[in-house]
Ligand binder design. Structure first.
Ligand SMILES: *Cc1c(COP(=O)(O)O)cnc(C)c1O
Length: 401
């Protein structure tokens, strides 16, 4: 069958508008399209392919597990799920894990757990959820409503109730809103989709203190920041703030679908038998792959490599900006980097993305005015250098019209 971009319009629901480029093969930080044109990948499947494409250890794990056992229902115990859970517990604050298949599902579990915990522990009046404008937590109806982008949550009828949004990094606003009726505060420890925005240290510490004061749970959505992306295994570790519930997905599977919700034993106890579930959650193929991902990333070499590679990106992007003066700021942490367009180029991030693709470079946007980079955590330094040369050509084309 001849697969073309036009076929997408014929057979797919029109909720996406994919690029005309059709990649058919990947290896490391390189991709090849149908015509054999090679691309450098600074996008990583939106912060998913943390070990690049077709990492040999992941391929090997998938093949081995694929010849052993694909699926069991949650009526049975499966070895890969428990091995992965044990490693996640050993590596983090958490004591208990729930597996899902995506970031949204992990967040859905976190929010349902927070509501259940508050109801059982404190009573029905404690159900307010506070989240942040521009935050992103997924596309199920509960998670998209907690996310801070009305464009995504409006137009589907009545929403889940008692969810409020305030500005990110505005501790005074949180202090004014939070009360003993607040059940949870949900935040990304570095807003990804919302424009690659870091919390200030005071903000992160202040949110934790206010949650403690009002017995509200602090939920960190680490779907994008987790599993080494920021140079720490989880971003909370670099903020010196420990959440009550943490969610992980994207990089956790390195390209294989999996999500996880991590929490403490005391909180987890409120998801009693039968209260929540997922058919594919804990799937042996997914858990085996994720275990290998975690084994590779949770090492000092890979995590410190992320911090070194961040410097290469920052230096390269600053140098491009010296020449073309199009960014107001290079921000983010580790290999989640945002180049913020200045006043002159505001709203034109897509133009830079398209120009980059024309120069055989894949990158991302985060909103209309931020170009986002989320490459493989193992991307070779040469690929960073070469990719930045291509990016400079793209910038030159946009800036010079
Ligand atoms: C991508 C993302 C999600 C949603 O994950 P899915 O796997 O698409 O459901 C949730 N939260 C954050 C912070 C994300 O970046």
């Amino acid at each position: 069958m001849n697969v073309t971009r036009d076929l997408f319009n014929d057979v797919m629901v029109p909720n996406y508008n994919p690029s005309a480029v059709i990649p058919v093969k990947g290896l490391g930080s390189r991709l090849w399209d149908q015509a054999g044109t090679e691309y450098i990948d600074f996008a990583g499947g939106i912060a998913v392919n943390a070990l690049g494409h077709c990492h040999p250890d992941l391929v090997n794990t998938l093949k081995t597990q694929g010849e052993t056992l694909w699926h069991l229902s949650n009526v049975l115990t499966n070895e890969p799920a428990l091995r992965l859970a044990k490693k996640l517990v050993d590596a983090t604050f958490a004591e208990k894990v729930f597996f899902a298949n995506s970031g949204a599902e992990a967040n859905e579990a976190a929010l349902k757990l927070a509501r259940r915990f508050a109801l059982e522990q404190y009573g029905a009046q404690k159900n307010q959820i506070i989240a942040f404008k521009q935050g992103f937590h997924g596309r199920t109806f509960f998670t998209v409503t907690v996310g801070g982008q009305p464009d995504y949550s409006d137009g589907f009828g009545p929403k889940p109730g008692n969810i409020d949004h305030i500005e990110f990094n505005d501790l005074a606003a949180l202090e004014a809103l939070i009360s003993d009726k607040t059940c949870a505060v949900m935040m990304e420890p570095l807003q990804g989709e919302g424009g690659v925005v870091s919390p200030t240290k005071e903000f992160a510490v202040g949110v934790r203190a206010l949650c403690d004061k009002h017995n509200a749970l602090l939920i960190f959505d680490e779907v994008q920041t987790g599993v080494g992306r920021t140079g720490d295994l989880y971003a909370y570790m670099g903020l010196d703030v420990v959440p009550d519930i943490l969610t992980s997905a994207k990089a956790l599977g390195g390209g294989f679908p999996i999500g996880a919700m991590l929490t403490t034993t005391a909180i987890a106890a409120h998801l009693k038998v039968g209260t929540h579930g997922s058919t594919y959650g804990g799937n042996p193929l997914a858990c085996a792959v994720a275990e290998t991902v975690l084994d590779i990333i949770n090492t000092p070499e890979v995590l410190s490599g992320v911090k070194q590679k961040e410097q290469l990106f920052r230096q390269g992007l600053e140098a491009i900006n010296q020449k073309y003066n199009c960014f107001s700021e290079i921000r983010g942490k580790g290999l989640l980097i945002g180049a913020v367009l200045n006043e002159q180029f505001k709203g034109r991030a897509r133009d830079f993305l398209v120009a980059s693709a024309n120069e055989q470079l894949m990158c991302l946007v985060a909103g209309a005015s931020v170009i986002r980079f989320a490459p493989s955590l193992l991307i070779p330094d040469e690929d960073i250098q070469q990719g930045l040369v291509r990016f400079e050509h793209a910038v030159a084309k946009v800036v010079n019209g």
